[in-house]
Every structure is written in structure tokens, then in C-alpha cells.
Design a binder for this molecule. Structure first.
Ligand code: SAM
Length: 282
């Protein structure tokens, strides 16, 4: 008997109309749909007139459901895997199932569509020739710090997911770890009514929510400009020194430090030390 096929089907990340014709056709034609949350997906399926039976497939039953779904595929049934939003397996369940299906030489067919990381990258204005998707940063401060530190020298654009519960803390840790000059793009509520895509630099990142408490609500993709190996710490220091020297001729130490910090995004403490040093030399 021929084995069935496993379709990995992308669904919208907010706007229900972001569904491909092919995705609808596949969902209408398969024998069974494996959905992360069957109740959540029912709204989408109803919208497209799909009345197929759904089974729950989520992180808590992935292991047991993988063997059940493999049996169905072996017996010739075709299955579509969907998650609550976007592309299954991208920070969503499905990896065990796809890997097991590949091992058993079952056809796995991607039905591409939405993915928050790629949507955000495409509109970010940051480099797209090389990027690193790193998923959700860890929840605790020390683990998050170490995780971000490990990404600080990545030369491609770094893409992170974050929820509204931790966005403030996460941006705070980014400002501790990355140089102030690095550009950051915060893509919020993509494809939804309150979509926003803001570009800032690390030095000003924490001021983002200052006058707008609603800005931290919703779902987020954070993109961080890659490290430029040509711009070494030494060249940044040299640029700061030149600027400081010039400003110290024109204004007070306090103002010169404030302006240099603002314009270069360097750490204030470091600029202050540099200014004291320059004053001494004069
Ligand atoms: N599989 C999904 C994909 O393809 O993008 C990702 C699922 S992951 C569990 C959910 C996270 O994706 C959210 O916490 C958020 O970081 C990001 N995300 C999903 N939808 C989003 C949207 N509309 N706008 C911004 N970020 C979104």
C-alpha cells in the first residue's frame, strides 16, 4: 500500500486573509488535520468552509501523537499539520513528527505562507543576505544576558520572538549587551490592526515605551543589526575621542559627555572617563 503524505501548512499570523489558495485546497483535500489548538483553528477552517476532522497536536502530546499519526500515514492517509499561527515547527510543535516521517521515507510537503520572522525581516530595512533566527530568549535575566551575549558578534541580522510579558525586560537586556550604535527594529502585531514596525538604536531602545503604555501590548519580533567586524571597539573609541575633543573645546564637560553619548550610543560612564582623561591631557 502507498503511504500518505504529510503536508506542513502555514496559516495566517493575524490577518485571516493571509491564507494561500493552495493551503485552502490542501486542507480541504487531506484525510485529517493535526492542529495545535483545534478550537483556535476551527475559526480559520470555518472561514474557508473546511469541515475536515481535526486532532490536537501540541507540545504536551507531540510524542504520543507522532506515533499515532505515523501509523495513519503508513496506512495511506494524508495529513495536514497546522499551528495556531504562521509556519508549523517555527517555534511551534511538529519537529518530532516531521523528523520521524522523513526517517520512514514518508513524503513531507511544505505549503509555504506566513512566518512572523520572515515578514518582519522583509520590512525591517536590515540586511537580509544573512540572518540568524534565535527564537525566544530565555526568561530569567542571567540566562537571557548569556544568550544575547552569545549573539553579540553574529554578523547577520539576529531575529528574536518575544511576548508582551517580557518585551520590556528583553529590550533592557539588549541595551546592556549590544553597543549603543547597533540598529534594532521592533515589529509588533504584524498584519493586524495595530501593526507597527519601529527602527531605533540600542542607545534609545528603552525610551520606546515611555509615553505609550500600549506599545508593549501584543506580539513582537525583535531584529538586531548584525555585528560589523570592521567597526572594532577600537574604531568606535577613536570616533568618540575625536568628537569629545572637539566638543570639549566648545562646551562644558557635562554637555560634551551628554552629546557624545547621545550621538554615538556609547555607554555614558565610558565617555565620562574618556572626557576626564582628555581634560587631564590638556
Ligand atoms: N509559527 C509562528 C511563525 O511562523 O512565526 C511563530 C509561533 S510562536 C509560538 C509565537 C511568536 O511569534 C509570538 O510570541 C511573536 O513573538 C511571534 N509572532 C507571531 N505572530 C506575530 C505577529 N502577528 N506580529 C509579531 N510577532 C508575531
Amino acid at each position: 500500500m502507498n503511504t500518505g503524505r504529510l503536508f506542513v501548512v502555514s496559516t495566517p499570523i493575524g490577518n485571516i486573509e493571509d491564507m494561500t489558495f493552495r493551503a485552502v485546497k490542501v486542507l480541504q483535500s487531506v484525510d485529517m488535520i493535526a492542529a495545535e489548538d483545534t478550537r483556535h483553528s476551527r475559526r480559520l477552517l470555518n472561514h474557508y468552509g473546511i469541515s475536515k476532522s481535526c486532532v490536537a497536536f501540541h507540545e504536551h502530546n507531540e510524542t504520543s501523537m507522532t506515533s499515532r499519526l505515523l501509523n495513519e500515514l503508513q496506512s495511506g492517509k494524508s495529513i495536514a499539520l497546522i499551528s495556531d499561527a504562521g509556519t508549523p515547527l517555527i517555534r511551534d510543535p511538529g519537529f518530532q513528527l516531521v523528523r520521524a516521517a522523513k526517517t520512514q521515507e514518508i513524503d513531507v510537503v511544505p505549503i509555504p505562507g506566513c512566518c512572523a520572522a520572515i515578514a518582519a525581516l522583509s520590512a525591517s530595512g536590515l540586511a537580509t543576505d544573512r540572518f540568524l533566527f534565535a527564537g525566544f530568549p530565555p526568561r530569567t535575566q542571567s540566562a537571557r544576558q548569556a544568550f544575547l551575549q552569545s549573539l553579540a558578534k553574529e554578523t547577520g541580522t539576529v531575529i528574536l520572538y518575544e511576548s508582551s510579558h517580557r518585551i520590556r525586560e528583553c529590550l533592557g537586556t539588549i541595551s546592556d549587551v549590544f553597543p549603543g550604535t547597533r540598529q534594532v527594529v521592533i515589529a509588533r502585531e504584524l498584519t493586524k490592526q495595530h501593526e507597527s514596525i519601529q527602527s531605533v538604536n540600542v542607545a534609545t531602545i528603552t525610551s520606546l515605551f515611555e509615553n505609550n503604555p500600549y506599545a508593549e501590548k501584543g506580539e513582537f519580533v525583535i531584529l538586531i543589526e548584525g555585528h560589523n567586524p570592521k567597526q572594532t571597539d577600537q574604531t568606535i573609541d577613536q570616533q568618540c575621542q575625536v568628537m569629545l575633543k572637539r566638543l570639549l573645546d566648545e562646551c562644558s564637560l557635562k554637555t560634551a559627555v551628554e552629546l557624545t553619548t547621545e550621538l554615538t550610543g556609547a555607554k555614558k560612564k565610558q565617555i565620562y572617563q574618556m572626557a576626564l582623561q582628555l581634560k587631564k591631557q590638556n
